[in-house]
Write a protein that binds this ligand. Sequence first.
Ligand SMILES: [Zn+2]
Length: 255
Amino acid sequence: MKVVPIPQLSDNYAYLVVDEGTRQAGIVDCAEAEPVLRAVEREKVDLTTILPTHHHLDHVGGNDDLLAARPGLTVYGFDERIPGLTKRVADGDSVQVGGLAARVIYIPAHTTGHIAYFFERDRAVFTGDTLFAGGCGRLFEGDAPMMIKSLSKLLALPDETRVYFGHEYTEKNLRFALTLEPRNETLRQKHAWAKAEAEKGGTTTPTTIDSEKATNPFLRWKSEELRATLRERYPDLPMTDEAVFAKTRALKDHF
Ligand SMILES: [Zn+2]
């Protein structure tokens, strides 16, 4: 398996997923068809599949143009809001890209139709706008308990799993995380790296489940330091997983 990140719009990523055996490929989250078609030419692959994580335009806006250029593509998706949808999938379903297989993981809350694609054999997961490096998506169509449940499914994946996320928000996410866990040394080091990458226009994708467990405040609702910071600022906040997560999300919304 080869994964080629393709920058889209201002800070989105599409990912070309290539089965190196058959040279067939799928595209995760296409906002703009042109750069994707250029990557398909460059990599000399046969594009067969569109793998959208959710219906927001910055993840599916290029579907119709791709279908016009390459009729017959299989378009997976959880609900009818995906443009060009040909195959509805649900939690646990298997999807194919050439000889590669991914399991669909249903992870609602950013939207009610959000899914991830987990390529188990290749230890890679595509998480769209649910899990970012150092962050998580806004709760547009769900609440904190729903997002905790969704993120917990991703947390259960093997530690070494590479996480390909939907937006390059890493530097700002980790800058926010440091306001809650200023003594988290792993976080501090990762932020310094992300900042250096941002300054030279580099990329921080992919991350790993392991790295997210150590640095992402939206997976760290049990962290002593994070809870102590919130307790000090909000003495009346109940120290439940849901309340800690919801307060972290609300603070990030205004960061
Ligand atoms: Zn979105």
